[in-house]
Design a protein around this ligand. Structure first.
Ligand SMILES: [Zn+2]
Length: 490
């Protein structure tokens, strides 16, 4: 049987649940988490003033009245004269050198929201101060893992609809395994930005991005414009290659480019979110942003390029004794190792067809709620259809029928072992504040110094197509979202 004949659609034809809210974005209050910053709000109270005499009071009130009338007159004069002479810019700034909009989408993997305050980051802060920032960070999709999130950013779709439901999973129909090096287009659903751009007869260039090496539709991953992931390529070389695209004649400059750094995720897994090694990795990312800005300035295009800097997810420490063992549930139900497709931070179980998922979930939760299982209250098991709807994690057969949500920082393991390890992890519920990452937009359509409420990364697809002024594919983002973020064109 040829492999094409088994390409039965895994996802039912996509009636994409687009979000209907208008300007106000759905934002669940983040679950409280270890704060990255703390503020001292302890104000000492002022001493009680002594009572002034009546004459002094009269004098002071006269003086005050004179002062108030004078300042009111001055304020009025100031407002009257300044209002007409200095209008606040409300429209996109015109391009000065490029002859078409260019979007450069940068990802710094595992850049937890708040890392930008760990150390001086003058270059990232230049983008923040002269651009638009998601006030309390960008909300990743669930599960908060690298591949599901990068591809959600590229397609505007939740993982159930773009197909990459985990970094590693199995197709229940074919038994095939997806892993991070799988480039077969059968796994990668939806229409990523590079494909949309090429569909419009425009040029895209990808310097690494999960899914970008997949030849799909009109995207052929051309050798000169599509780099194959190789972590040993120095970050400087990645930046310099992207800069060289701006040396092309204006009409040949790709309109959409990606640039990817695997840091500080790499360090976060090793040492958790609060180690000097992270600080150094963040400083290095900042130097790369500086190198990029400088190169764009030298070419006279820095103010013309729309830079969108994001991360895919956050990071949280996984040290201590925050472990849960599946073997502890054996008095209620045996969960054999080969039923488990993923342990942490997303527990995913696919039992053989002869077992009832409803029954398994009931027995697991009975054990977890019994008070007899170590850390039992930090794991909650669901039939995927009964997961909170805000997670959008049920609409694909690739998602195993049983999903466990784990309290942040906890890990699930099959059985007890002597192994003790400290590090960092991500993949948890996207409502945890620790899973948030950054969003910064800088360029002609981004207002300077503006803060916008946090939003989910599925909105970015529409943002990019809107800047490029092209029609995007159907997706889970809100159609009106770009209007709430971007300055209108004249
Ligand atoms: Zn990671």
């Amino acid at each position: 049987m040829g492999s094409d004949s088994i390409l039965t659609p895994i996802i039912k034809p996509m009636p994409i649940p687009t979000q209907v809210e208008e300007e106000v974005e759905e934002e669940d209050p983040p679950i409280p988490t270890t704060a990255l910053l703390s503020f001292n709000t302890d104000h000492s109270s002022s001493p009680t003033p002594s009572k002034p005499t009546t004459t002094t009071l009269l004098f002071i009130s006269l003086l005050l009245t004179t002062f108030i009338s004078l300042s009111a007159a001055l304020t009025f004069a100031f407002l009257f004269f300044s209002h007409t002479s200095q209008p606040i810019p409300q429209f996109a700034r015109p391009l000065t050198k490029l002859n078409h909009p260019v979007v450069l989408l940068i990802s710094s993997d595992g850049f937890r929201f708040g890392y930008q305050f760990k150390t001086p980051t003058p270059n990232i802060h230049r983008l923040i101060n002269q651009g638009t920032e998601a006030d309390l960070g960008l909300i990743p999709v669930f599960p908060t893992l690298t591949f599901p999130n990068h591809y959600a950013i590229a397609t505007g779709l939740y993982p159930a609809y773009h197909g990459i439901i985990n970094n590693l999973f199995f197709d229940p129909h074919t038994g095939d395994t997806f892993f991070m090096g799988s480039h077969d287009p059968k796994w990668w659903l939806g229409e990523p930005l590079w494909e949309t751009v090429v569909n419009h007869g425009l040029k895209a260039a990808t310097y690494f991005w999960p899914g970008s090496e997949v030849k799909k539709g009109s995207w052929t991953c051309p050798e000169d414009l599509c780099k194959h992931f190789n972590y040993s390529v120095p970050f400087e070389e990645r930046v310099d290659t992207v800069l060289q695209y701006f040396d092309l004649p204006s009409s040949e400059i790709p309109v959409f480019m990606t640039l990817y750094f695997e840091d500080p995720d790499h360090q976060g897994h090793k040492v958790g979110a609060d180690d000097p090694e992270i600080t150094e990795a963040v400083a290095r990312i900042d130097r790369m942003i500086g190198r990029l800005i400088q190169g764009l300035e030298q070419r006279g295009v820095f103010e013309d390029v729309s830079i969108i800097m994001v991360g895919d997810h956050g990071m949280v420490g996984t040290c201590d004794k925050k472990l849960f063992f599946l073997e502890d549930l054996s008095p209620w139900i045996e969960i054999p190792q080969d039923w488990v497709q993923s342990y942490s931070p997303l527990l995913a179980i696919r039992p053989p067809p002869s077992f009832s998922p409803v029954d398994i979930v009931a027995k697991m939760n009975e054990g977890l709620n019994s008070g007899k299982v170590e850390n039992g209250k930090n794991l909650k098991v669901y039939l995927k259809e009964e997961l909170p709807s805000r997670l959008h994690y049920s609409g694909s057969d690739r998602i195993p029928p049983i999903v466990g949500l784990i309290e942040e920082s906890f890990k699930v393991e099959q059985k007890r072992s002597e192994r003790k390890e400290c590090g960092g992890s991500h993949g948890y519920d996207n409502a945890f504040f620790s899973m948030r990452t950054i969003f910064i937009g800088h360029g002609p359509q981004f207002a300077r110094g503006r803060k916008v409420p946090s939003f989910e990364n599925v909105q970015i697809y529409n943002l990019v197509t809107s800047i490029l002024n092209i029609q995007g594919a159907p997706n889970n983002g809100t159609a009106s979202f770009p209007k709430s973020i971007l300055l209108p064109r004249h």
